[in-house]
Design a protein around this ligand. Structure first.
Ligand code: C2E
Ligand code: MG
Ligand code: MG
Ligand code: MG
Length: 278
């Protein structure tokens, strides 16, 4: 690899030093093609309602099977997409595919599942985002009650005013808003009350040792009770054991998501998972 350095000087790229940079540059290129070449796929992880004792929906999670590099984890390429603004196109693709999927799924299976779609902060803050969401709902015919947008608290760090305005707009349109990864950032319980959201998703790290660690137990208990008291739905992520499930049930957690019930699965496998509780 040769790169121009200044006017007429050449600089040789040291491959060992720049492996990470090169991987990033090449993934950025490949990601543009991946959308066209159908290397991207959505997987779905069901969400279980502990009060109704049934699944009530699923979260769409993007998968990229790169033809040469194999599976690339979403946290890696979502970041790359954000840096190149490709996230807007990718995000719309994910949103449209998710809405179309749940619309058809519910029709075929006579069900009423909701779909939760992760929205990157940069995607949300894009000025055309609201318009895109409404266009997608119209194009797919999905009732907005069946759509939930999962955002993270970084949304509120960029611009509180714009974030509030956008989220209030979606709430008026009856689109649900979940605050994802709660507890991993600066989020505090006191400000939850003021946010234009409908759901809080407590991060997996809190539930990992809930069965052995009194402090974790206390924290989860508090978050659940406060979320309930201010009228938010509480979902706990990353539930892997029956013990965790039983504790969360005793704490009156609304919903859980995790490998205990199911890993994220392809659209073909999803009915097999969901039908176990129908
Ligand atoms: P997230 O939205 O918090 O999604 C939950 C992650 O936890 C998923 O990882 C899921 O597979 C994993 N998970 C769920 N239950 C368990 C469990 O019981 N044990 C363990 N060990 N893991 C569990 P995944 O699919 O690798 O996604 C990672 C992150 O990448 C997501 O975190 C989200 O921030 C981002 N992401 C994934 N898909 C999308 C997408 O379509 N759009 C955007 N913007 N971001 C996405
Ligand atoms: Mg999520
Ligand atoms: Mg999360
Ligand atoms: Mg996460």
């Amino acid at each position: 690899r040769v790169k121009m350095n200044g006017k007429n000087n050449f600089m040789i790229f040291d491959p060992s030093m720049n492996e990470a940079i090169q991987r990033k540059a090449s993934l950025q290129q490949d990601l543009k093609l991946a959308m066209k070449n159908e290397e991207l796929e959505l997987y779905y992880q069901p969400k279980f309602d502990l009060e109704l004792n049934r699944y009530d929906g699923m979260e769409a999670l993007i998968r990229w099977n790169h033809p040469v590099r194999g599976f690339i984890p979403p946290f890696e390429f979502i970041k790359i997409a954000e840096e190149s603004n490709l996230i807007v196109e990718l995000g719309n693709w994910i949103l449209e595919k998710s809405c179309r999927f749940i619309m058809e799924y519910n029709q075929v299976h006579h069900s009423d599942y909701c779909v939760s779609v992760n929205v990157s902060t940069i995607q949300l803050l894009n000025e055309d985002f609201e318009k895109s969401v409404l266009n997608i709902l119209e194009a797919t015919g999905l009732n907005p009650d069946y759509l939930e947008l999962e955002i993270t608290e970084t949304v509120f760090m960029h611009s509180m005013d714009i974030a509030y305005e956008k989220l209030n707009f979606f709430r008026e349109k009856h689109i649900n808003i979940a605050l994802d990864d709660f507890g991993t950032g600066y989020s505090s319980l006191t400000y939850l009350k003021s946010l234009p959201i409908t759901t809080v998703k407590l991060d997996k790290s809190f539930v990992d040792d809930i069965a052995y660690n009194d402090i974790s137990f206390e924290v989860v208990d508090n978050v659940i009770q406060i979320a309930r008291s201010i009228g938010l739905t509480i979902v706990v992520e990353g539930v892997e054991t029956k013990e965790q499930l039983q504790i969360l049930k005793s704490l009156r957690c609304h919903k859980i998501q995790g490998y205990y019930f199911s890993k994220p699965v392809s659209d073909l496998e999803l009915p097999l998972v969901l039908d176990q509780y129908e």
